[in-house]
Every structure is written in C-alpha cells, then in structure tokens.
Design a protein around this ligand. Structure first.
Ligand code: PEP
Ligand code: MG
Length: 324
C-alpha cells in the first residue's frame, strides 16, 4: 500500500465493491490546507480553531478571526469545512488566558469555557459566518459536549449571532451545527443528541481517554491507552447506530480514523465520514480501495468477539499485512 500513493489523489474513496466513504482532513494551519488539497481531500472534518489562538499573544479580534477563517473556507470551497469552536483547557492552554486546575481534563474545557464566556463564543461564530459569505461551505462543531443542555444553549447563541448578522445586512444562511462525541455521557445520549444536531463526529482521542480513564498524554500509562480496546469499539458502534437511527450523518475525527486498519473497522461499523491528518489520507484511501465492504464486516465481527486489546491489535495487523 505504501507504493505509488500519489496517483490516488484523483481516485474515488471507495471500497473495491463501490461503497463510498467521505475521507476528510483535520486542519489548523494553512500549511495543512495545501497538503490536504494535493492529496485529494473532499472536505475538512475538523478545523481546530484553537491553533491560530495558540499562536498569538492575545485573543484575536472578530475581524482577525474572520480573515483567518475566510482563508480556510475559501481554499476548500465548495468542499465543506467543519470549524470547531474554541477547544481550550485540558492540555491546551492560552498564555493570555491561564486556567489553573489540579485536574484539567475533567475541568474547564471546550464548550464549558465558551458557554461561560458567551462573548468569546459569539465573536467566534460571528467571524465564521461572516467569513462564509458567498461560499456556503461552513459547518460549525462544538467540542466536549456532555449533555443536551449545552447543545441547546449553544444553538440559541448561534441563532442570536445569525439573527444579528442578518439585521446588519449579511445575506448568510444558518450553518449546520454539529457536536463532537468525546465524553462517555454523550455516548449514552447519542440518539437524543443526534436528533438535535445536524451531524455528529466522534473525537476518539478524548473518548478513549475518558472511557479507559487513561490520560492521553501521560507516557507512564501509554501502554494501556488502547484505541482498539473492546469497550471503545463497542462505544464507537453504538454511536454510529444511534446517529443513523436519528437519521443523522456520523463522522469520526480522532487519530483512529487515520490508521488504515482502524479506518476499515470504522467503515464496517457504518461511519459516513472519516477525518484525519492529510499525511494519513493516501494510506487510508489505498486500504479502503483494496477491500470489499463485506470483508471488513467479517473482520469487524471477528474482532468484536475478542476481549483482549492486544489480540485485537495483532489480528488487525495480520489482516493489514495480508491485504498488502
Ligand atoms: C479528539 O478528541 O479525538 C479530537 C479530535 O479532538 P482533539 O484531539 O483536538 O482533542
Ligand atoms: Mg478532543
């Protein structure tokens, strides 16, 4: 699979028997954009807006944000770009907005910060919507959602911002609003959340950390951070089933989507969108094109019957070796 990946950019992302999957990219910097387009990305599944915030020494103004977001949206248009609202806290600290906590991953993170500071949220979504003027490819996504109330509050703020822009004379449609599923409580409410969201996308990095209670950045426990842990796989399957039961498209934008073996399992589960670093896209596409959907389903069924993460990893490794 590692050979001749360049020609893949123009070939469709589909299995050997024609099952199409959307392979999108995760971005943050403009450099990611250039690389992504070269590799034939069909959209952005996660634009991490905290990246430009981390590179500055103060909050960027609404106008500065508009310019940054416009560049991303314009470069990908007409392809969809999923912009995530600010996801700070946890391991991502802004020097000009210090958060001191003993347990930051269980603390003031993601949507919790921006709902407590609606002025940050409003400036951000106003800038995104203004940036999308005439392009119509913006989707907005909320990080660290743990219950329906957060989604409802955020939607009200978004509607307020949209209404104000329309009053100011901007001719902009309401963008689709989606959420990340990365907190275990969201897995158990996935059906209701999906019914109230325009799309859902699993953040498997955080979801794995929270399901297994293993800090994703702590090297001492790295050997028990298993992206393919049976409990994680079960949660991933439940989320996609819940989303589809609510007629909502389901994506994933954690690292697992960029691992060719992991990607095949996600396709078998029924994921509609896999979003990954551009670097991994050609390898994932090559793996996808090398298999039939029914084969991935057989593999998934076999793996779902296993209880030991190491056995799952070994089975997947052997399978990937077999398909070349
Ligand atoms: C995730 O948690 O899987 C995710 C995509 O978000 P981040 O890695 O930015 O926390
Ligand atoms: Mg996350």
């Amino acid at each position: 699979l590692a050979r001749n990946l360049d020609h893949l950019a123009s070939l469709p992302a589909e299995t050997a028997d024609g099952h199409r999957v959307r392979l999108w990219v995760n971005t943050g910097l403009m450099a990611d954009v250039v690389r992504s387009l070269e590799r034939g990305a069909e959209g952005v599944g996660l634009y991490r807006t905290e990246v430009p915030f981390l590179l500055r020494d103060r909050f960027p103004s609404e106008e500065e944000q508009r310019e940054i977001y416009r560049e991303q949206l314009q470069a990908f248009a007409p392809r969809p770009v999923t912009m995530r609202t600010l996801d700070i806290g946890g391991d991502k600290a802004l020097a000009y907005f210090p958060i001191e906590e003993t347990n930051p991953f269980l603390g003031w993170r993601g949507i919790r910060v921006t709902l407590d500071h609606p002025e940050i949220f409003l400036a951000q979504v106003r800038a995104m919507m203004k940036a999308s003027l005439g392009l119509d490819n913006l989707r907005i996504m909320l990080p660290m959602i743990s219950g329906l109330g957060e989604l409802e509050t955020a939607r009200k703020l978004l509607e307020r911002a949209h209404g104000e822009l329309v009053e100011e004379g901007y001719d902009i449609a309401m963008p689709p609003l989606g959420i990340m599923i990365e907190v275990p409580s969201a897995v158990y409410q996935a059906r209701e959340l999906a019914a109230h969201a325009d799309f859902i996308s699993v953040g498997s990095n955080d979801l794995t950390q929270y399901l297994l209670a293993v800090d994703r950045n702590n090297s001492r426990v790295a050997s028990i951070y298993h992206a393919l842990h049976p409990a994680v796989l079960r949660a991933l399957q439940e989320v996609v089933d819940a989303g589809h039961a609510a007629n909502t498209k389901v994506g994933i934008c954690g690292e697992l989507a960029g691992d060719p073996g992991g990607a095949l399992l996600l396709v078998a589960m029924g994921y509609d969108v896999l979003s990954m670093n551009a670097t991994n896209l050609p390898r994932v596409k090559a793996a996808l094109r090398a298999v039939r959907k029914a084969d991935t389903e057989k593999l998934l069924q076999q793996i779902m019957g296993m209880h030991c993460p190491e056995q799952i990893e070994e089975t997947l490794r052997a399978y990937m070796k077999r398909i070349g």
